[in-house]
Design a binder for this molecule. Structure first.
Ligand code: BGC
Length: 768
């Protein structure tokens, strides 16, 4: 771990270029807008190591499964979001020499992610191998207001020569996913055309027939005046370019403005794609880079208005949280309920851009508080619409009667991960989907969701649990055997406390939801029960399971056991390991990891986080004190949960330490894996560690509750949340909690166990 980027409140800054860190920076400086996104690759050629990546949300490929030994029930494909047409490309030649910063002498390299206004900037001076010296500046963004548009402003200034600069903007569909299972390419060309100052490439996926069109238009300027030199056109397989030669004198300013539209058949008719994409690109060009950038900056202003967290006197913490909020808002906007949030968003290929339990367990709370309710509702609807597929998944594994097992990894509702210990065994994901329904209803108060959609999902998941348990005569209890809990450093274990508890909790919540509808809307309940062919004895079975579920515990230590037999393992603490062993997953054999007591991520603690109201503070503390020292946090999803629980039990130093670790996980490359992409879903956890952890925000019985503390060396911090029509800004200092209600909606808030009524457009100051 090292602090490679400069500390700054609103920017991520890389000063000086380290080629070994380029792929990390490509992840960190990624840009996106919910519809598309890309790694921070260079526009010009680069012969050093780089992972070229541009992705369109929801455009995926069912890549044939690759496993060592086939097991029945494995999905036949692994879906991955496709690396698609490289639209940023601009080849540059300075006299006879290709511009490539890996060649020549590089000076003053600077890459900046401007999070306030939403763009990426880069500048450098380079003495090329022909001794020509140039200065380059490039600005690029993906529009938050025009889903399909990306724009680039690229400037070259000759410093010590007069001569010729050759500029070739291009579109290149010859791209590959680095994670392709058999090294195959996934795109076929449909059509392409290069014309002066514009051109397009249209591709289709080899399977599933997604069509995408990328259209570029561009303008060239010399010393601020538009120029229209003759251009040479080139068309090759899946590739088009324009080439212009511009003669220039020392200190001339040569600029290219490139405007690109990316569309897909997910949103438009195939035969209209080219004309629509062209129109979008031309409109962007006519509106111009400066105006587009202003639009972008305003859009980000609005985003920050509703989701910023301000921390005074701790730049590292401030930069960390803004980076997380920025990346989350770049990844998901909630405008399309067919989309979801891949663990790496658009910043890399690991995890294939698919949906994991991360969305429900981590991301929903962020979007519930920082966006209108329909944004998180869309995330729930995504699963609702995939219910039949989840029932199909369960059937493939031998379950029946409408039992649903939601996939661990999916693009379209079908399971597409193929390691048995995850696909077959990490069944706890089902509970997170039920929990998200609870979370949404609890936070928004929108109980109609239960009758319209939620109950069907809850019943199907409950049916799964009722079939997945078995009654152990020996224990005289229900058990759940052969699972992987959230801690993936244990496989095929019996009675994982988290899984057993969350299974039982789902049954309890489903029964509550049924009872609620019995009272509030019996007709609707009848319809649902008919639709799902519900039998009354299902509920008695569920009660029996709830009453007789087996939970492994150690009374002596006052803890829940992660699973049966956990204490048989040699008990070593992470602090006693030589640092050279970490991260374990990069230094130890899998076998050694499985035999060790080390925990990848919150497991029992994840359950205590979800169900905290059921446990007293001593129970939470005992478990935290036992498990935290054994946890290596090698899942990005881990430190945030530890931070929130540490806040809850009053261990403020630990809460802060874990906060820093989660918020700067990618910028400081804690787990030595940022090159694969940023950990987008855990970024929501970072937000939670401030708002739920330090701020102590909860919603209970329709009331907003705050119990804030302030980390020792912070002067103040503030966050914004939406709650049932109100937009609240909550600022905390050592002395007071200041809450302003920025919309015209009254709200009752409990702060430090006392209720306050806060009228719309007013504020209160509460002494701490
Ligand atoms: C974690 C899972 C998580 C996945 C995607 C894994 O490392 O163990 O819990 O769903 O990453 O973020």
């Amino acid at each position: 771990m090292e602090q490679y980027y400069k500390l700054d409140k609103w920017h991520i800054i890389e000063h000086g270029f380290n080629p070994q860190k380029n792929e990390i920076s490509e992840s960190v400086f990624s840009i996106g807008n919910g519809y598309m996104g890309q790694r921070a690759n260079f526009e010009e050629q680069y012969s050093g190591s780089s992972l070229q990546g541009s992705y369109l949300a929801g455009v995926y490929y069912p890549d044939k499964t690759r496993v060592g030994w086939w097991k029945n029930g494995y999905p036949s494909y692994f879906a991955k979001v496709l690396n698609s047409t490289n639209w940023i490309g601009i080849d540059i030649k300075i006299n006879d020499c290709i511009l490539d910063i890996a060649k020549g002498t590089l000076k003053d390299f600077k890459r900046v992610l401007n999070m306030k206004d939403g763009y990426l900037e880069r500048s450098f001076t380079l003495v090329l191998e022909n001794n020509n010296e140039i200065h380059v500046n490039s600005k690029r963004f993906i529009s938050m207001t025009r889903g399909e548009i990306g724009a680039i402003h690229y400037t070259i200034t000759p410093i010590n020569f007069s001569g010729e600069i050759t500029i070739s903007p291009y579109l290149d569909g010859n791209v590959k996913n680095t994670d392709a299972n058999y090294g195959e390419t996934f795109w076929d060309e449909i059509s392409k055309k290069a014309e002066p100052f514009e051109g397009y490439v249209m591709l289709k996926t080899k399977k599933l027939d997604f069509n995408i069109c990328t259209y570029m238009t561009y303008e060239l300027c010399k010393n601020g005046e538009i120029i229209t030199p003759n251009v040479e056109l080139l068309e090759k397989e899946k590739f088009i370019s324009n080439t212009a030669k511009i003669s220039c004198n020392k200190n001339d300013k040569i600029e290219i403005f490139k405007y690109v539209a990316n569309t897909s058949s997910r949103y438009y008719e195939k035969d209209e794609l080219v004309s629509i994409t062209r129109k979008l690109s031309i409109k962007a060009k006519n509106d111009g880079f400066v105006n587009l950038l202003e639009e972008q900056s305003n859009a980000w202003k609005d985003k920050w208005e509703e989701s910023d967290i301000v921390i005074e006197d701790d730049i590292a913490a401030q930069q960390g949280i803004r980076f997380n909020i920025f990346q989350l808002n770049q990844t998901y906007t909630g405008k399309d309920e067919r989309l979801n949030i891949g663990p790496k968003g658009f910043t890399g290929e690991k995890y294939g851009g698919s949906t994991y339990w991360d969305t429900e367990a981590y991301c929903i709370p962020f979007f519930l508080s920082t966006a209108e309710p329909n944004v998180s509702k869309n995330l729930l609807l995504y699963r609702y619409k995939q219910l039949n597929k989840a029932i199909g998944n369960a059937e493939k594994l031998g379950f029946s009667n409408g039992a649903a097992l939601y996939p661990m990894v999916t693009m379209n509702g079908e399971e597409c991960h193929n390691e048995w210990e995850i696909t077959f065994e990490e069944i706890h994901r089902n509970a997170a989907i039920a929990y998200a329904i609870y979370n949404y209803v609890n936070y928004t108060g929108d109980k109609t969701y239960i009758q319209e959609y939620g109950l069907e999902v809850l019943i199907a998941i409950s049916r799964f649990w009722a079939q997945r348990v078995n009654f152990s005569k020996q224990k005289n209890k229900y058990v759940i055997l052969g699972v992987t809990g959230p801690n993936e450093y244990e496989n095929n274990i019996n009675n994982n406390w988290y899984t057993n508890r969350m299974a039982s909790w789902t049954l309890e919540y489903t029964i509550k939801a049924i009872n609620y509808l019995k009272e509030s809307n019996p007709d609707r309940l009848m319809d649902i029960m008919k639709k799902v062919n519900f039998k009354d004895d299902e509920i008695s079975k569920w009660h029996d399971i709830i009453d007789n579920m087996y939970y492994p515990v150690c009374d002596k230590l006052g803890i829940f056991l992660q699973q049966e037999g956990y204490l048989d393992k040699e008990q070593i603490l992470v602090k006693d390991l030589d640092k050279s062993n970490l991260p374990l997953n990069q230094n130890w054999s899998w076998d050694r990891i499985l035999r060790s007591c080390f925990i990848k991520q919150a497991d029992v603690l994840q359950g205590l986080y979800f169900l905290e109201d059921e446990y007293d503070i001593n129970t939470i503390k005992n478990n935290f004190d036992f498990y935290e020292p054994r946890t290596v946090h090698e899942s990005s999803l881990s430190p945030c949960i530890h931070s929130i629980l540490a806040s809850k039990i009053g261990n403020h130093d630990k809460a802060y330490e874990m906060y820093l670790r989660t918020s700067r996980l990618d910028i400081d490359n804690y787990n030595n894996d940022t090159c694969d992409g940023c950990h987008i879903t855990s970024m929501a956890g970072t937000w939670m560690s401030i708002v739920h952890g330090f701020g102590g925000l909860r919603v209970r019985n329709n009331k907003l509750i705050l119990n804030p503390f302030i980390p020792e060396h912070w002067k103040s911090y503030s966050f914004k949340i939406r709650f049932r029509g109100a937009l609240l800004k909550i600022s905390i200092t050592n002395k007071y909690v200041n809450i302003s209600n920025e919309l015209n909606k009254d709200v009752i808030i409990e702060v430090y166990s006392k209720d306050y009524k806060l009228a719309g457009n007013s504020n209160i100051i509460i002494q701490r």
